[in-house]
Design a protein around this ligand. Structure first.
Ligand SMILES: Cc1cc2nc3c(=O)[nH]c(=O)nc-3n(C[C@H](O)[C@H](O)[C@H](O)COP(=O)(O)OP(=O)(O)OC[C@H]3O[C@@H](n4cnc5c(N)ncnc54)[C@H](O)[C@@H]3O)c2cc1C
Length: 314
């Protein structure tokens, strides 16, 4: 089976072994074996923030489809890593628990959502997490409380220590189901109106760069990146930070993204950071370009009018 058949972005080649542990202990045992055998591996949630590369992956891909436990005790929800964001929001609606409305129709699973501190519509996962259970790379089970794990905008300690998020306890507040439903529907409708689901994507390819003070989508738009669109890879007509897969290989998508980053640097002197995660084997020529880092050299005369434009549209 090709990973393109299961990854949200519909890219990815084959792998040696695709596995889904059935419990946190099984996940820990698996990580311990992977560590002992030094087997290459990567983690794949729903794949909605990832570009899985085309070449065969000579190792293990760990998925979370069997870690879907979801229970409520008073105002707390205990959820395993493979629970989808939408499923979690729907689960909270029934007993009238508020705080997860923003997760409705946010693609992906809770494990990855915690790992990257996902956010939207005024919500951020750091705001409702009470504790996180992880599995270390060598298979130990660890527990964290909320303090010290979230490092700000789309950043957590798990992105560097590479621990696997296994389950999470969330604290919510009592709310009116009708009001919760309304807010969930507002989030869904907004995404649909922005045409986010017309073709597979991984959401925003690049993070916002707050030193520039202008969203990356606007920088990309004004840098004219849509000229890079082809029949297979389309830069969304509605949001220049979204790259649609219309039958492309991962290589084609990554090359387009690298060209987009280059164009923004040329015009604005901003070196955008990838939000899209690259999983699997990256061809050598692209790896060199991917790992390249450039000092910001903000072209103030080009950026200042965009700041005004952005603020006037707020
Ligand atoms: C249409 C669209 C809109 C989006 N809008 C937003 C938005 O508004 N805000 C936002 O923040 N994001 C947005 N995203 C991105 C995406 O929804 C989130 O990043 C989501 O949390 C990804 O979950 P996933 O399971 O698909 O992660 P994946 O893509 O599978 O994985 C992402 C990374 O996490 C790692 N990983 C996966 N599972 C685990 C785990 N259990 N423990 C540790 N690491 C793990 C993977 O190895 C990879 O490095 C959007 C995506 C799409 C397609």
């Amino acid at each position: 089976m090709k990973l393109s058949e299961i990854s949200y972005y519909q890219t990815g080649g084959t792998c040696d072994l695709l596995t889904s542990p059935g419990s946190v202990q099984e996940l820990a045992d698996l990580m311990s074996r992977i560590h002992a055998d030094q087997t290459p591996y990567f983690l794949l949630g729903a794949g909605s923030n990832s570009l899985v590369m085309d070449d065969h992956w000579p190792g293990i891909v760990v998925m979370f489809d069997q870690l879907k436990g979801l229970t409520t005790i008073d105002h707390q929800v205990i959820a395993e890593a493979g629970v989808s964001n939408t499923q979690l929001a729907e689960h909270c609606l029934v007993p009238g628990l508020s705080g997860a409305e923003w997760m409705y129709y946010l693609p992906g699973q809770l494990g990855a959502t915690v790992r990257m501190n996902a956010r939207c519509y005024g919500g951020e996962i750091s705001g409702i997490v009470k504790t996180v259970t992880t599995v270390t790379q060598d298979g130990q089970i660890r527990q964290y409380d909320n303090k010290g794990i979230f490092l700000g905008y789309k950043d957590t300690i798990f992105m560097t220590n590479r621990e696997v998020v296994a389950s999470v306890v969330l604290t919510l507040k009592p709310g009116e189901p009708e009001e919760i439903r309304k807010q969930m529907d507002t989030c869904r409708k907004d995404r649909e109106q922005k045409h986010q689901f017309v073709h597979p994507s991984c959401g925003c390819v690049f993070k916002n760069d707050y030193t520039a003070g202008v969203p990356s989508g606007l920088l990309l738009d004004k840098a004219g990146v849509r000229e890079f669109s082809t029949d297979q890879v389309e830069i969304s007509p509605w949001h220049a930070n979204f790259l649609f897969n219309r039958g492309a290989s991962a290589r084609q998508i990554l090359e387009t993204a690298l060209n987009m980053r280059e164009a923004v640097y040329e015009m604005f002197g901003v070196w955008l950071a990838f939000e899209m995660e690259i999983l699997g084997s990256v061809p050598k020529d692209l790896k060199t370009r991917l790992l390249e880092s450039r000092e910001p050299q903000l072209h103030e005369s080009e950026i200042a009018p965009l700041r005004i434009l952005f603020l006037s549209n707020q």
